[in-house]
Design a protein around this ligand. Structure first.
Ligand SMILES: [Zn+2]
Length: 98
């Protein structure tokens, strides 16, 4: 539990410093990339209480520019519904004062 809190605090500090993707966060905080979304979800709830907001720059398709704005937001999509490309620019996250 304590370790979880430490991880989330470290993620928060990274995001206060500037935008980062799941992969960047996983490298900087030393967790698995697939665990980042879960931490962000919890973090988002505690941030609201602090008057902060998680800003998500949506994933987009490198091939055609399609933006995944309505999608599950926190994870990288597998392929583009418009052109089928799997070259996807992942979502990036940062924290803003609400
Ligand atoms: Zn596309």
């Amino acid at each position: 539990m304590e370790r979880t809190q430490t991880i989330r605090e470290a993620i928060r500090e990274e995001l206060l410093r500037g935008a980062a993707t799941s992969r960047e966060l996983s490298e900087r905080v030393s967790i698995r990339e697939k665990d980042v979304a879960g931490h962000l979800e919890h973090l988002e709830r505690s941030m609201r209480a602090r008057g902060e907001r998680l800003v998500i720059e949506p994933a987009s398709c490198i091939a055609c520019g399609y933006a995944f704005v309505r999608r599950g937001r926190l994870t990288r999509p597998g392929s583009c519904p418009e052109c089928g490309s799997t070259r996807i620019d992942p979502p990036a996250f940062r924290i803003e004062a609400a």
